[in-house]
Design a protein around this ligand. Sequence first.
Ligand code: BTN
Length: 270
Amino acid sequence: MNGLEPADIQRALRTSRFGRSLAVFDAIASTNTEALERARDGAPEGHVVLADSQRQGRGRLKRQWVSPPGCNLYCSLIVRPALPVAQVPLLTLTAGLAAAETVATRVSEGVRIKWPNDVLIQGRKAAGILTEMETEGGRVAFAVVGIGVNLNATEAQFPPALRRLATSIAAATGRAVDRAAFCAELLNRLEDRYDLLLRHGFAAIAPLWQDWDALAGRRIEVRDGGRAVTGTARGLAADGRLRLEAADGAHDIVAGDVTVVAGAPAPGTA
Ligand code: BTN
């Protein structure tokens, strides 16, 4: 279908599991919802759900993920990692790394990751990750890693309120992106980084991730519910939390919405 043929994707895969079974929908509510149902029904690790468009694409913090047809990638991957529940956020960070690396194969400059899950091109959001999971006896039964990448969306396809905040690879580079080829490359990198995480722990992912860090050394504000804390971002803690140096001491942030405080790189940093 329209640049998302399973055969085109699978021909370019170098994976052992990811994408080897694949379902492609024309229009769907959310690929994450479909993948969660399939995982409950026993779909194996590596099963992928894709859609040309989503009616109710969702993002973090109950936000909508704008999902028009014919242009972007909406992809949900089922994994069944032997990880404690507290380590599930590491899947989001690992997927963000794989997504940034894949975006950077098409964009020569300005690709960064804004903790925890935004892939930016020149400061504008081009991709996001939403990981959802179910547990069994205190461990992860399965997780669905949902990845949305704006590949070919034009500025006009974003709602006015998002136009200055979001972009696509094609809008940033002037070059159209082949959806099937991009999807296969993303799945190749995802499996590679996921296996690295499971075999060697987050200590193997963190240094790779920090190379893409949009926030290190920047003055930021983190909002979580009604609370807000301001300070200087200092990279990742060993468990993937965001290190923040604030006036009242160091904080390791578990969750929240991060904004860079305008025009204020930290003293002594780039
Ligand atoms: C975010 O940045 O807030 C996360 C966005 C995740 C969007 C993707 S698109 C494929 C999958 N299906 C969804 O409904 N959401 C994720």
